[in-house]
Design a protein around this ligand. Structure first.
Ligand code: F6P
Ligand code: MG
Length: 444
């Protein structure tokens, strides 16, 4: 119970954390093993004996990992000697014995859920890295590209919409501009439904046009601070502030596939409407939580969109690549995003990342895992304030765009959470509800 509020953990039998460790994570591991095996002749055999041996070794390490998890063995130190391994191992040492007098070791079912879930993905990567020549193989690539293609129609509809907005941009009044911003913010919010980790790798793509369902989804938004987000952006506009146009928006990405396209569409609007001059995207440096964006996914998605046999998709895709070339957009990854830390520890743990975010006028955090890290994945009262739960994390005005997939939620009205629990016991984990939650360091 560091900071007074206990971390979510699989210790609580029957909790979503417990079910995740017991069922969902082993399923994901089994899928990873199967993917490596199925791709044997495509990726591994071209390296001859060495490739075949690497494939076998990786599979055996992953089966061992699955066994450790299922039998609640102690968490082991990382052995791949990569740059970030040391920081993981130190974290492990610090937590040894922290979670109760009768627990000498950190283990899968007894330790904080956030930590062990992140650790599993890092161990998957260790199994790959320890087995060259295949050590740039992304075990989740297949699923991510598949979900992009399965969302093709929704992507077409979104690109067509974006093109229409961009064309009429000059004629839009301020309130029309705000309406259009809201629409794309909502599309990006609901894009977060499409992650592949909640579904344990099952198909989970966007089929219908994302714009048509926005009104019917409105009642499922539990906290809607979109107005503050808009005010933050419009306060940056030179006409109102008298300042140089320097508005910078950072987007901490979550999933590849349809969600990434919705984030790029929002970023496109921010630039073409003059709300932002620069967009900085932050992705993961290793394959993460099944569907999270890596550099490879980021560039692939733009190229794929530009190459599509659809007029507006391809036009929009080329525009995105041009933004990248000109430096209006940029992509960054930092090892901090694939570590188990809560964001309130960012300034200490990643002293080079925090000041980067401080340069932003607004930081958007996409998705459930980012939310868990923002509020420390703790068992907060539903009515605890978002600002309080951030525990000092505030590099810039920030907003979380998240569909709920874990038992943590703050900033609700008195009785709101209890009412939902009585009506729909799984409201926090079904991905059906969402929040747009804003906090500004200046609001203290
Ligand atoms: O809780 C379900 C879960 O799979 C968590 O493991 C994780 O927090 C989340 O979903 C991933 O969702 P997102 O892609 O929105 O971060
Ligand atoms: Mg994700």
């Amino acid at each position: 119970t560091v900071h007074g509020v206990p971390s979510l953990s699989a210790k609580v039998v029957g909790s979503f954390a417990y079910l995740t460790i017991k069922d969902r994570l082993p399923t994901i591991l089994t899928k990873v093993i199967d993917t490596i095996h199925r791709n044997k002749n495509k990726f591994f055999e071209e390296y001859g004996e060495k490739g075949i041996e690497a494939e076998k070794q990786a599979i055996s390490l992953l089966s061992k990992l699955r066994n450790e998890l299922q039998t609640d063995k102690p968490i082991l130190a990382l052995t791949d000697g990569r740059e970030d391994a040391e920081s993981w191992n130190q974290y492990l040492q610090r937590h040894q014995g922290l979670h109760g007098p009768d627990e000498e070791s950190v283990s899968w079912f007894k330790s904080p859920w956030l930590y062990v879930e992140c650790y599993m993905y890092r161990r998957i990567q260790e199994a790959i890295w320890l087995n060259p020549p295949i050590n740039d193989f992304d075990v989740f690539n297949e699923g991510k590209t598949k979900s992009y293609f399965e969302s093709q129609r929704a992507i077409m509809a979104l690109c067509t919409h974006l093109e229409g907005v961009n064309k009429s941009m000059k004629e839009l009044s301020d309130s029309e501009l705000q309406d259009n911003f809201n629409k794309l913010l909502l599309v990006s919010l609901w894009g977060n439904k499409c992650d592949l980790s909640i579904s344990a790798g099952q198909e989970n793509s966007q089929k219908a046009s994302p714009l048509e369902s926005l009104d019917s989804l409105q009642p499922f938004i539990l906290v809607d601070d979109s107005k503050s987000v808009w005010l933050t952006l419009s306060a940056q506009r030179p006409a109102q502030s008298g300042k140089e146009p320097a508005a910078r928006v950072d987007i901490v990405l979550d999933n590849a596939g349809f969600e990434l396209v919705t984030d790029l569409a929002l970023a496109d609007f921010l630039v073409s409407s003059g709300q932002a001059q620069e967009i900085h995207f932050h992705g993961k440096s290793i394959p993460w939580f099944v569907s999270d964006v890596t550099a490879q996914d980021f560039h692939w998605t733009m190229k794929q969109t530009a190459a599509a046999n659809h007029r507006w998709m391809s036009k929009v895709g080329f525009q995105w690549m041009t933004y990248m070339k000109k430096g209006v957009w940029s992509y960054h990854d930092h090892p901090f995003w694939t570590q188990p830390h809560e964001f309130c520890d960012m300034a200490a743990e990643a002293p080079d990342l925090y000041p980067t975010l401080q340069k932003a006028d607004l930081v958007l955090f996409k998705g459930d895992l980012n939310y868990r890290k923002l509020v420390g994945d703790r068992d907060w009262d539903f009515t605890a304030g978002f600002h309080t739960a951030l525990r000092g994390f505030g590099p810039a005005p920030l907003c979380s765009l998240r569909t709920l997939k874990a038992n943590v939620q703050v900033g609700l009205q008195i009785g709101q959470g209890e009412k939902l629990t009585s009506q729909e016991p799984d409201w926090m984990t079904s991905g059906k509800y969402a929040v747009i939650q804003f906090d500004s360091p200046k609001s203290e």
